[in-house]
Design a protein around this ligand. Structure first.
Ligand SMILES: Nc1nc2c(c(=O)[nH]1)N[C@H]1C(S)=C(S)[C@@H](COP(=O)(O)OP(=O)(O)OC[C@H]3O[C@@H](n4cnc5c(N)ncnc54)[C@H](O)[C@@H]3O)O[C@H]1N2
Ligand code: MOO
Length: 390
Protein backbone atom coordinates (compact mmCIF):
# COMPACT_ATOMS: atom_id res chain seq x y z
CA UNK A 1 0.00 0.00 0.00
CA UNK A 2 1.21 3.53 -0.73
CA UNK A 3 1.12 6.54 1.59
CA UNK A 4 -1.28 9.49 1.33
CA UNK A 5 1.55 11.67 -0.01
CA UNK A 6 2.46 9.11 -2.67
CA UNK A 7 -1.20 8.74 -3.66
CA UNK A 8 -1.63 12.49 -3.95
CA UNK A 9 1.54 12.76 -6.07
CA UNK A 10 0.17 10.04 -8.35
CA UNK A 11 -3.12 11.96 -8.68
CA UNK A 12 -1.21 15.15 -9.54
CA UNK A 13 0.38 13.19 -12.43
CA UNK A 14 -3.13 12.48 -13.76
CA UNK A 15 -4.41 16.07 -13.77
CA UNK A 16 -3.07 19.41 -14.95
CA UNK A 17 -4.24 22.99 -15.52
CA UNK A 18 -7.24 23.18 -17.85
CA UNK A 19 -7.79 25.71 -20.63
CA UNK A 20 -9.23 29.17 -20.15
CA UNK A 21 -12.40 31.04 -21.06
CA UNK A 22 -13.61 34.63 -20.89
CA UNK A 23 -16.37 35.54 -18.46
CA UNK A 24 -18.13 38.75 -17.64
CA UNK A 25 -17.34 40.40 -14.32
CA UNK A 26 -20.79 39.58 -12.96
CA UNK A 27 -20.14 35.86 -13.51
CA UNK A 28 -16.55 35.78 -12.28
CA UNK A 29 -16.92 35.52 -8.49
CA UNK A 30 -15.01 32.54 -7.12
CA UNK A 31 -13.48 31.70 -10.52
CA UNK A 32 -9.72 31.35 -10.90
CA UNK A 33 -8.09 34.25 -12.71
CA UNK A 34 -5.82 32.79 -15.41
CA UNK A 35 -4.31 35.97 -16.87
CA UNK A 36 -3.50 39.17 -14.98
CA UNK A 37 -6.05 41.98 -15.03
CA UNK A 38 -4.32 45.11 -16.38
CA UNK A 39 -5.70 48.54 -15.53
CA UNK A 40 -6.54 50.60 -18.60
CA UNK A 41 -6.96 53.86 -16.66
CA UNK A 42 -5.93 55.78 -13.59
CA UNK A 43 -8.04 55.92 -10.45
CA UNK A 44 -8.99 58.50 -9.45
CA UNK A 45 -8.45 59.99 -12.91
CA UNK A 46 -8.06 63.47 -11.35
CA UNK A 47 -7.27 64.85 -7.90
CA UNK A 48 -10.62 64.37 -6.16
CA UNK A 49 -12.26 65.69 -3.04
CA UNK A 50 -12.67 63.22 -0.18
CA UNK A 51 -15.26 65.39 1.62
CA UNK A 52 -18.15 67.77 1.10
CA UNK A 53 -17.00 71.37 1.68
CA UNK A 54 -15.03 74.11 -0.05
CA UNK A 55 -11.94 73.78 -2.27
CA UNK A 56 -9.32 76.49 -1.94
CA UNK A 57 -5.59 77.09 -1.97
CA UNK A 58 -4.21 75.58 1.27
CA UNK A 59 -1.67 78.37 1.93
CA UNK A 60 -4.61 80.74 2.40
CA UNK A 61 -6.45 78.52 4.87
CA UNK A 62 -5.89 80.60 8.00
CA UNK A 63 -8.35 80.35 10.89
CA UNK A 64 -11.30 82.71 10.38
CA UNK A 65 -10.14 83.69 6.87
CA UNK A 66 -12.90 84.67 4.40
CA UNK A 67 -13.40 83.44 0.83
CA UNK A 68 -15.75 84.21 -2.02
CA UNK A 69 -17.61 81.19 -3.47
CA UNK A 70 -17.22 81.42 -7.28
CA UNK A 71 -18.81 78.13 -8.39
CA UNK A 72 -19.43 74.48 -7.71
CA UNK A 73 -17.68 71.16 -8.43
CA UNK A 74 -19.83 68.05 -8.06
CA UNK A 75 -19.10 64.39 -8.87
CA UNK A 76 -19.57 64.09 -12.62
CA UNK A 77 -19.67 67.90 -13.09
CA UNK A 78 -16.37 69.66 -12.42
CA UNK A 79 -15.71 73.41 -12.18
CA UNK A 80 -14.14 74.73 -15.39
CA UNK A 81 -12.53 77.96 -14.26
CA UNK A 82 -9.47 78.79 -12.21
CA UNK A 83 -9.67 79.68 -8.51
CA UNK A 84 -7.73 82.82 -7.58
CA UNK A 85 -6.61 84.36 -4.25
CA UNK A 86 -9.46 84.84 -1.77
CA UNK A 87 -11.70 82.54 -3.82
CA UNK A 88 -13.10 79.06 -3.24
CA UNK A 89 -15.43 76.55 -4.91
CA UNK A 90 -18.25 74.63 -3.29
CA UNK A 91 -17.19 70.94 -3.68
CA UNK A 92 -18.66 67.51 -3.04
CA UNK A 93 -17.11 64.11 -2.35
CA UNK A 94 -15.62 62.55 -5.49
CA UNK A 95 -15.62 65.81 -7.48
CA UNK A 96 -12.49 67.03 -9.34
CA UNK A 97 -10.44 69.65 -7.51
CA UNK A 98 -10.57 72.90 -9.52
CA UNK A 99 -7.36 74.42 -10.84
CA UNK A 100 -5.72 76.64 -8.22
CA UNK A 101 -6.92 74.53 -5.25
CA UNK A 102 -5.22 71.81 -3.24
CA UNK A 103 -7.24 71.57 -0.04
CA UNK A 104 -10.84 70.97 0.96
CA UNK A 105 -12.24 72.55 4.12
CA UNK A 106 -15.12 70.41 5.39
CA UNK A 107 -18.38 72.31 5.44
CA UNK A 108 -18.71 71.79 9.22
CA UNK A 109 -15.67 74.11 9.60
CA UNK A 110 -17.22 76.97 7.62
CA UNK A 111 -19.92 79.55 8.11
CA UNK A 112 -21.60 80.63 4.86
CA UNK A 113 -23.48 83.87 4.30
CA UNK A 114 -24.57 84.35 0.70
CA UNK A 115 -21.47 83.94 -1.44
CA UNK A 116 -19.02 84.36 1.43
CA UNK A 117 -17.61 81.72 3.76
CA UNK A 118 -15.66 82.25 6.95
CA UNK A 119 -13.40 79.44 8.14
CA UNK A 120 -13.66 78.19 11.73
CA UNK A 121 -11.17 79.14 14.42
CA UNK A 122 -9.79 75.56 14.54
CA UNK A 123 -9.29 73.65 11.28
CA UNK A 124 -8.26 70.02 10.85
CA UNK A 125 -5.08 69.29 8.92
CA UNK A 126 -6.89 68.07 5.80
CA UNK A 127 -6.23 68.27 2.94
CA UNK A 128 -9.08 65.81 2.14
CA UNK A 129 -7.78 65.39 -1.39
CA UNK A 130 -7.26 62.05 -3.13
CA UNK A 131 -4.32 62.49 -5.54
CA UNK A 132 -4.82 61.34 -9.14
CA UNK A 133 -3.77 57.68 -9.49
CA UNK A 134 -3.69 57.12 -5.71
CA UNK A 135 -5.59 53.83 -6.09
CA UNK A 136 -4.03 52.53 -9.33
CA UNK A 137 -2.36 53.68 -12.54
CA UNK A 138 -2.60 52.36 -16.11
CA UNK A 139 -0.66 49.10 -16.30
CA UNK A 140 -1.15 48.19 -12.63
CA UNK A 141 -2.29 44.57 -12.35
CA UNK A 142 -4.26 42.04 -10.38
CA UNK A 143 -1.90 39.09 -10.59
CA UNK A 144 -2.92 35.56 -11.68
CA UNK A 145 -3.55 32.88 -10.70
CA UNK A 146 -5.88 33.67 -7.83
CA UNK A 147 -9.41 32.83 -6.74
CA UNK A 148 -11.38 35.98 -7.53
CA UNK A 149 -12.80 37.63 -4.43
CA UNK A 150 -15.57 40.24 -4.35
CA UNK A 151 -12.88 42.89 -3.77
CA UNK A 152 -10.94 41.70 -6.85
CA UNK A 153 -14.08 42.08 -8.97
CA UNK A 154 -14.74 45.59 -7.70
CA UNK A 155 -11.11 46.47 -8.48
CA UNK A 156 -11.27 44.93 -11.98
CA UNK A 157 -14.46 46.90 -12.66
CA UNK A 158 -12.79 50.13 -11.51
CA UNK A 159 -9.90 49.30 -13.84
CA UNK A 160 -12.47 49.24 -16.67
CA UNK A 161 -11.88 45.58 -17.52
CA UNK A 162 -15.34 44.11 -18.26
CA UNK A 163 -14.29 40.51 -19.09
CA UNK A 164 -11.80 38.30 -17.29
CA UNK A 165 -9.79 35.29 -18.45
CA UNK A 166 -10.45 32.45 -16.03
CA UNK A 167 -9.60 28.76 -15.95
CA UNK A 168 -12.37 26.55 -17.25
CA UNK A 169 -14.29 24.84 -14.44
CA UNK A 170 -13.24 21.22 -14.06
CA UNK A 171 -16.24 19.04 -14.90
CA UNK A 172 -16.45 16.16 -12.44
CA UNK A 173 -18.80 13.26 -13.19
CA UNK A 174 -20.00 11.65 -9.96
CA UNK A 175 -20.88 8.02 -10.39
CA UNK A 176 -22.51 6.37 -7.37
CA UNK A 177 -22.71 2.59 -7.47
CA UNK A 178 -24.80 0.09 -5.54
CA UNK A 179 -28.00 -1.95 -5.71
CA UNK A 180 -28.89 -0.64 -2.25
CA UNK A 181 -29.10 3.02 -3.29
CA UNK A 182 -32.10 5.19 -4.11
CA UNK A 183 -32.20 8.95 -4.53
CA UNK A 184 -33.34 11.23 -1.68
CA UNK A 185 -37.12 11.59 -1.82
CA UNK A 186 -37.68 8.14 -3.32
CA UNK A 187 -39.22 5.27 -1.34
CA UNK A 188 -36.42 2.85 -0.40
CA UNK A 189 -37.13 -0.91 -0.34
CA UNK A 190 -36.50 -2.83 2.88
CA UNK A 191 -32.84 -3.52 1.97
CA UNK A 192 -32.13 -0.10 0.58
CA UNK A 193 -30.65 3.19 1.82
CA UNK A 194 -30.52 6.68 0.43
CA UNK A 195 -27.60 7.71 -1.78
CA UNK A 196 -25.93 10.46 0.23
CA UNK A 197 -22.32 10.60 -0.86
CA UNK A 198 -22.88 12.28 -4.21
CA UNK A 199 -24.61 15.19 -2.49
CA UNK A 200 -21.78 15.82 -0.05
CA UNK A 201 -19.19 15.45 -2.78
CA UNK A 202 -21.09 17.66 -5.23
CA UNK A 203 -21.20 20.41 -2.60
CA UNK A 204 -17.48 19.99 -1.92
CA UNK A 205 -16.59 20.06 -5.62
CA UNK A 206 -18.82 23.00 -6.52
CA UNK A 207 -17.57 24.98 -3.51
CA UNK A 208 -13.99 24.44 -4.65
CA UNK A 209 -14.27 25.69 -8.20
CA UNK A 210 -15.47 22.56 -9.98
CA UNK A 211 -18.73 21.66 -11.67
CA UNK A 212 -20.06 18.33 -10.41
CA UNK A 213 -22.45 16.41 -12.61
CA UNK A 214 -24.34 13.57 -10.93
CA UNK A 215 -24.79 10.54 -13.16
CA UNK A 216 -27.64 8.08 -12.64
CA UNK A 217 -26.82 5.52 -9.93
CA UNK A 218 -25.11 2.47 -11.43
CA UNK A 219 -26.22 -0.92 -10.19
CA UNK A 220 -23.78 -3.60 -9.06
CA UNK A 221 -23.48 -5.21 -12.48
CA UNK A 222 -21.03 -4.65 -15.29
CA UNK A 223 -23.61 -3.54 -17.86
CA UNK A 224 -25.06 -0.85 -15.65
CA UNK A 225 -21.61 0.41 -14.67
CA UNK A 226 -20.42 0.44 -18.30
CA UNK A 227 -23.48 2.47 -19.33
CA UNK A 228 -22.82 4.97 -16.55
CA UNK A 229 -19.15 5.31 -17.49
CA UNK A 230 -20.20 6.04 -21.07
CA UNK A 231 -22.27 8.97 -19.84
CA UNK A 232 -19.15 10.48 -18.30
CA UNK A 233 -16.92 10.75 -21.34
CA UNK A 234 -17.13 14.55 -21.53
CA UNK A 235 -15.87 15.03 -17.95
CA UNK A 236 -12.36 16.05 -16.94
CA UNK A 237 -12.51 13.74 -13.95
CA UNK A 238 -14.69 10.72 -13.23
CA UNK A 239 -15.25 10.01 -9.56
CA UNK A 240 -16.84 6.68 -8.74
CA UNK A 241 -18.30 6.07 -5.30
CA UNK A 242 -18.38 2.62 -3.75
CA UNK A 243 -17.73 -0.83 -5.16
CA UNK A 244 -14.03 -0.31 -4.51
CA UNK A 245 -13.34 -2.96 -1.88
CA UNK A 246 -12.83 -6.70 -2.13
CA UNK A 247 -16.44 -7.96 -1.96
CA UNK A 248 -18.04 -10.01 -4.75
CA UNK A 249 -20.09 -6.98 -5.82
CA UNK A 250 -17.17 -4.54 -5.82
CA UNK A 251 -16.62 -4.45 -9.58
CA UNK A 252 -15.59 -0.84 -10.27
CA UNK A 253 -11.89 -1.66 -10.80
CA UNK A 254 -12.69 -4.59 -13.12
CA UNK A 255 -15.14 -2.66 -15.29
CA UNK A 256 -12.87 0.39 -15.41
CA UNK A 257 -9.94 -1.83 -16.46
CA UNK A 258 -12.09 -3.41 -19.16
CA UNK A 259 -12.89 0.11 -20.42
CA UNK A 260 -9.17 0.84 -20.65
CA UNK A 261 -8.39 2.41 -17.27
CA UNK A 262 -4.64 2.63 -16.73
CA UNK A 263 -4.48 2.25 -12.93
CA UNK A 264 -1.97 4.39 -11.02
CA UNK A 265 -2.64 2.87 -7.62
CA UNK A 266 -5.16 0.95 -5.56
CA UNK A 267 -5.26 1.13 -1.75
CA UNK A 268 -3.74 3.81 0.43
CA UNK A 269 -2.34 3.62 3.96
CA UNK A 270 -5.04 5.82 5.40
CA UNK A 271 -8.12 5.54 7.54
CA UNK A 272 -10.80 5.94 6.41
CA UNK A 273 -10.26 5.71 2.66
CA UNK A 274 -8.09 2.62 2.30
CA UNK A 275 -9.67 1.20 -0.90
CA UNK A 276 -9.04 4.37 -2.92
CA UNK A 277 -7.97 3.95 -6.53
CA UNK A 278 -6.94 6.31 -9.33
CA UNK A 279 -5.90 6.09 -12.93
CA UNK A 280 -6.41 7.42 -16.41
CA UNK A 281 -9.28 6.57 -18.73
CA UNK A 282 -8.58 8.02 -22.15
CA UNK A 283 -8.52 11.81 -21.78
CA UNK A 284 -10.02 11.70 -18.31
CA UNK A 285 -8.60 11.17 -14.87
CA UNK A 286 -10.48 8.65 -12.75
CA UNK A 287 -10.62 8.46 -8.97
CA UNK A 288 -12.48 5.61 -7.33
CA UNK A 289 -13.66 6.52 -3.85
CA UNK A 290 -14.65 4.03 -1.17
CA UNK A 291 -18.40 3.84 -0.55
CA UNK A 292 -18.52 4.40 3.17
CA UNK A 293 -20.00 7.88 3.46
CA UNK A 294 -17.30 9.39 5.68
CA UNK A 295 -14.52 7.68 3.72
CA UNK A 296 -15.70 9.28 0.50
CA UNK A 297 -15.89 12.74 2.09
CA UNK A 298 -12.48 12.41 3.78
CA UNK A 299 -11.00 11.41 0.41
CA UNK A 300 -12.81 14.42 -1.04
CA UNK A 301 -10.94 16.73 1.32
CA UNK A 302 -7.58 14.98 1.08
CA UNK A 303 -7.49 14.21 -2.67
CA UNK A 304 -10.34 15.77 -4.66
CA UNK A 305 -9.93 19.37 -3.54
CA UNK A 306 -6.15 19.38 -4.22
CA UNK A 307 -6.82 17.72 -7.62
CA UNK A 308 -9.37 20.42 -8.45
CA UNK A 309 -6.93 23.15 -7.43
CA UNK A 310 -4.28 21.62 -9.71
CA UNK A 311 -6.78 21.56 -12.60
CA UNK A 312 -7.67 25.18 -11.87
CA UNK A 313 -4.02 26.18 -12.18
CA UNK A 314 -3.59 26.88 -8.47
CA UNK A 315 -0.64 24.50 -8.10
CA UNK A 316 -0.16 20.94 -6.90
CA UNK A 317 -0.14 21.00 -3.13
CA UNK A 318 -1.73 19.03 -0.32
CA UNK A 319 -4.65 20.45 1.65
CA UNK A 320 -3.22 23.00 4.12
CA UNK A 321 -2.68 21.70 7.65
CA UNK A 322 -3.20 23.68 10.81
CA UNK A 323 -2.27 22.77 14.35
CA UNK A 324 -4.15 22.77 17.64
CA UNK A 325 -3.64 21.41 21.14
CA UNK A 326 -5.35 18.18 22.12
CA UNK A 327 -8.09 18.76 24.71
CA UNK A 328 -7.61 15.19 25.98
CA UNK A 329 -5.24 12.23 25.88
CA UNK A 330 -5.29 10.15 22.69
CA UNK A 331 -4.32 6.49 22.30
CA UNK A 332 -1.53 5.44 19.96
CA UNK A 333 -2.43 5.20 16.27
CA UNK A 334 -2.31 2.11 14.06
CA UNK A 335 -0.36 1.73 10.85
CA UNK A 336 -2.56 3.91 8.64
CA UNK A 337 -2.61 7.71 8.75
CA UNK A 338 -5.90 8.40 10.52
CA UNK A 339 -8.17 11.33 9.63
CA UNK A 340 -10.42 11.68 12.67
CA UNK A 341 -13.54 13.77 12.90
CA UNK A 342 -12.92 16.47 15.48
CA UNK A 343 -14.01 19.84 16.70
CA UNK A 344 -11.64 22.79 16.98
CA UNK A 345 -12.54 25.56 19.43
CA UNK A 346 -9.92 28.30 19.73
CA UNK A 347 -6.57 26.51 19.93
CA UNK A 348 -8.06 23.27 21.36
CA UNK A 349 -9.05 20.20 19.37
CA UNK A 350 -11.40 17.49 20.63
CA UNK A 351 -11.49 14.22 18.70
CA UNK A 352 -14.90 12.54 18.70
CA UNK A 353 -15.14 9.08 20.30
CA UNK A 354 -17.11 7.52 17.41
CA UNK A 355 -15.00 7.20 14.28
CA UNK A 356 -16.93 4.51 12.34
CA UNK A 357 -16.73 5.61 8.71
CA UNK A 358 -20.49 5.14 8.25
CA UNK A 359 -21.43 7.91 10.71
CA UNK A 360 -22.37 11.05 8.78
CA UNK A 361 -23.95 12.60 11.88
CA UNK A 362 -20.50 12.72 13.50
CA UNK A 363 -19.03 14.26 10.33
CA UNK A 364 -21.73 16.93 10.35
CA UNK A 365 -20.73 17.92 13.91
CA UNK A 366 -17.04 18.10 12.98
CA UNK A 367 -15.23 21.19 11.77
CA UNK A 368 -11.86 19.48 11.47
CA UNK A 369 -10.14 16.23 10.58
CA UNK A 370 -7.45 15.57 13.18
CA UNK A 371 -4.50 13.81 11.54
CA UNK A 372 -2.74 11.03 13.40
CA UNK A 373 0.36 9.92 11.48
CA UNK A 374 0.92 6.20 10.91
CA UNK A 375 2.16 4.55 14.14
CA UNK A 376 1.90 7.84 16.06
CA UNK A 377 2.56 7.08 19.77
CA UNK A 378 -0.02 7.91 22.46
CA UNK A 379 -0.47 11.66 22.93
CA UNK A 380 -1.34 13.69 26.00
CA UNK A 381 -3.74 16.55 26.52
CA UNK A 382 -1.95 19.76 25.50
CA UNK A 383 0.15 18.10 22.75
CA UNK A 384 0.05 19.87 19.41
CA UNK A 385 -1.42 17.90 16.51
CA UNK A 386 -2.16 18.66 12.87
CA UNK A 387 -5.63 18.94 11.41
CA UNK A 388 -7.47 19.86 8.21
CA UNK A 389 -10.19 22.46 8.52
CA UNK A 390 -13.38 21.18 6.91
N1 LIG B 1 -13.04 -7.87 3.75
C1 LIG B 1 -12.89 -6.55 3.68
N2 LIG B 1 -13.98 -5.79 3.68
C2 LIG B 1 -13.85 -4.46 3.60
C3 LIG B 1 -12.57 -3.88 3.54
C4 LIG B 1 -11.45 -4.72 3.52
O1 LIG B 1 -10.29 -4.27 3.44
N3 LIG B 1 -11.66 -6.06 3.56
N4 LIG B 1 -12.47 -2.52 3.53
C5 LIG B 1 -13.53 -1.82 4.18
C6 LIG B 1 -13.39 -0.42 3.98
S1 LIG B 1 -12.12 0.32 4.82
C7 LIG B 1 -14.24 0.30 3.23
S2 LIG B 1 -14.05 2.00 3.15
C8 LIG B 1 -15.33 -0.29 2.50
C9 LIG B 1 -15.36 0.27 1.09
O2 LIG B 1 -16.20 -0.46 0.35
P1 LIG B 1 -16.65 -0.11 -1.11
O3 LIG B 1 -15.88 1.03 -1.65
O4 LIG B 1 -16.63 -1.36 -1.88
O5 LIG B 1 -18.10 0.44 -0.90
P2 LIG B 1 -19.46 -0.34 -0.88
O6 LIG B 1 -19.22 -1.72 -0.40
O7 LIG B 1 -20.10 -0.16 -2.16
O8 LIG B 1 -20.19 0.48 0.22
C10 LIG B 1 -19.72 0.59 1.54
C11 LIG B 1 -20.81 1.19 2.40
O9 LIG B 1 -21.12 2.49 1.94
C12 LIG B 1 -22.48 2.60 1.53
N5 LIG B 1 -22.54 3.43 0.32
C13 LIG B 1 -21.97 3.20 -0.85
N6 LIG B 1 -22.23 4.17 -1.72
C14 LIG B 1 -23.01 5.05 -1.08
C15 LIG B 1 -23.60 6.28 -1.44
N7 LIG B 1 -23.45 6.82 -2.67
N8 LIG B 1 -24.35 6.94 -0.52
C16 LIG B 1 -24.50 6.41 0.73
N9 LIG B 1 -23.94 5.25 1.14
C17 LIG B 1 -23.21 4.59 0.25
C18 LIG B 1 -22.90 1.19 1.24
O10 LIG B 1 -24.27 1.02 1.34
C19 LIG B 1 -22.12 0.42 2.29
O11 LIG B 1 -22.80 0.51 3.53
O12 LIG B 1 -15.21 -1.66 2.46
C20 LIG B 1 -14.92 -2.26 3.72
N10 LIG B 1 -14.97 -3.67 3.60
O1 MOO C 1 -10.99 2.94 4.84
MO1 MOO C 1 -12.59 2.57 5.10
O2 MOO C 1 -12.64 3.97 4.18
O3 MOO C 1 -11.91 2.73 6.75
O4 MOO C 1 -13.92 3.01 6.02
Amino acid sequence: MITVTEALDAIFKLVGPLGTENVRLAEAAGRVLAAPVIATRMQPPFAASAMDGYALNGVEADPEAMFRVIGESAAGHGFDGRVGPGECVRIFTGAPLPEGTNRVIIQEDTDRKGNLITLARKLDKGPHVRPAGADFKPGDTIPAPRVLTPADLALAAAMNVPNLTVTRKPVVALLATGDELVMPGEAPGPDQIIASNSFGLKALIDANGGHARMLPIARDNADSLRTAFELATDADLIVTIGGASVGDHDIVADVAAELGMDQSFYKVLMRPGKPLMAGRMGDEAMIGLPGNPVSSMVCGHVFLIPALRAMLGLGASAAPRKTARLAHDAAQNGQREHYMRARVDGDQITIFDSQDSALLSVLAQANALAIRPASDPARSAGDEIAYLQI
